[in-house]
Ligand binder design. Structure first.
Ligand SMILES: *Cc1c(COP(=O)(O)O)cnc(C)c1O
Length: 454
């Protein structure tokens, strides 16, 4: 084994003090969100849902935005996160490629999500908000926001999709441990929840219903707002700290990646690692950037670029994004965080502009990759993260065939210690691949065929 460091660490005083906003450098401007009547919405239209200081960030085109000191202080509990060289994985693959991974699993909640949760809790508190509401499916976002609200000092209510609430008790306990109120959705607390419960008392719930409940509660109280863990521009902004740190870490070893890879659900961890590198690409650097998704929920690779709503009830504005249709019911794959029907407008836009590539992977290949990673590097990745690992392995094998010493960077978005059921299913041979059937995709897209095109 060579003498290069296994992990490249930054000192706390080297942590970036500003976020990078790619909106300053886009080759063409981002298409604006539209109201349901098809005309662009105004920032004030969002004021009942989000605090104004966050709305300002959402629409900002400033390249650099200062990270408030109190947010920096809290981020330092786990940041700067280490950049690892996956020497043992390289050896197992017999590849000349150099593989690096940015370990975002070191945060208290176990993923990259606290990077934005801390910032969002902070801005809401600054704005005088006392309660934040949100939804969670598998529970990763709910636990990140619960932890952040506790550290910042505001109350947090999480609507958790009923079926996950019943089947994933540990995430629920994490949220409770951090003092959040975790409510199974649909709930009797909201009009929409009561209506659905009256009609279907045994419903398993859905992310769409949970979002509608969280927004309903937020808009009816002056001291309450809603928080979203991915998709929106300000979330991509807050996650840019990942890629900014990675660039400094590469500088320390006088290296630079040829390929940057991240898995994409709503797009935030992918944007976080890649947008600071896209800045270089936009300014002439030769670099490949790849977003990977499950073939069961192929938003970037098979969903059209259209205006679509962010939730089933169409409570959100229409966003220009790759979408499988807001009524899309994702198959029950284990990578719960990659099952969203849409994709961040910024990630969709850079794909549309040809700045990035996208691939869709079968889940058994991803679990196989996750096991090889755990067997060589030790860490057990989240099922979502395994999609980035599988793509990295594909690229490393390709480098071997070509005999090229490619430098590959992947975002290791989180650990899988709260999601071991998927591993159990895979290791006992119960998992099968499920490419999304064309028929289902057609049905889902039929509902949005008249939506405007960006
Ligand atoms: C939520 C989550 C994802 C997917 O969300 P993005 O917004 O696309 O990053 C990926 N990995 C982990 C570990 C997650 O918790």
């Amino acid at each position: 084994m060579n003498q290069e460091p296994t992990k490249i660490v930054l000192r706390e005083d080297e942590m970036p003090r500003q976020w990078y906003n790619i909106q300053a450098d886009l080759p063409t401007p981002l298409p604006p969100p539209l109201g349901l009547d098809g005309s662009p919405i105004k920032p004030e239209d969002l004021a009942r849902v989000f605090p104004m200081n966050i709305i300002e960030q959402e629409v900002s085109t400033e390249r650099w935005i200062t990270i408030p000191e109190p947010v920096q202080d809290i981020l330092k509990l786990w940041r700067p996160s280490p950049l690892y060289r996956a020497k043992r994985l390289e050896k197992a693959l017999g590849t000349p490629a150099k593989i690096y991974y940015k370990n975002e699993g070191v945060s208290p909640a176990g993923s990259h999500k606290p990077n934005t949760a801390i910032a969002q809790a902070y801005y809401n508190k600054e704005f005088g908000i006392k309660y934040l509401t949100t939804e969670t499916g598998a529970g990763q976002w709910g636990s990140a926001l619960a932890m952040s609200c506790k550290l910042i000092g505001i109350e947090c209510k999480v609507f958790m999709v009923r079926i996950s609430f019943d089947h994933k008790p540990f995430r629920k306990i994490m949220m409770k441990t951090w003092g959040a109120d975790c409510i199974p959705s649909p709930s009797p607390m909201t009009n929409i929840g009561r209506k659905i419960l009256a009609e279907q008392p045994d419903t398993p719930g859905s992310l769409g219903i949970a979002i509608s409940e969280a927004i309903e509660l937020a808009v009816e109280r002056e001291d309450t707002r809603y928080a979203l863990g991915s998709v929106l521009n300000h979330v991509m902004l807050h996650q840019s700290i990942i890629g900014l740190e990675a660039k400094k870490q590469f500088e320390k070893i006088s290296a630079y990646p040829d390929i940057v890879i991240g898995c994409a659900g709503g797009g935030s961890n992918f944007a976080g690692i890649s947008f600071p590198f896209l800045y270089d690409k936009i300014h002439g650097k030769d670099i490949r950037v790849i977003a990977t998704e499950p073939e069961a929920c192929p938003t970037l690779t098979r969903g059209p670029y259209v205006y679509d709503a962010g939730d089933v009830a169409k409570m959100t504005p229409l966003l220009a994004m790759h979408s499988l249709g807001h009524g899309f019911i994702p198959p029950a794959i284990h990578a719960g965080g990659l099952r969203y029907h849409g994709m961040a407008p910024l990630v969709s836009h850079v794909l549309h502009n040809g700045l990035i590539e996208a691939t869709a992977l079968p889940q058994t290949e991803c679990y196989e990759a996750a096991l090889l990673f755990a067997h060589t590097e030790g860490f057990i990745p989240a099922p979502e993260t395994s999609h980035a690992i599988a793509q990295t392995i594909r690229e490393a094998r390709h480098a071997k065939e070509e005999g090229k010493e490619k430098v590959i960077l992947m975002n290791w978005s989180g650990h899988g210690l709260m999601d071991l059921q998927g591993y159990d299913a895979y290791m006992s041979g119960k998992l099968e691949d499920y490419p999304l059937p064309e028929e289902l995709l057609k049905q889902s897209l039929a509902a949005i065929k008249d939506h405007p095109k960006p």
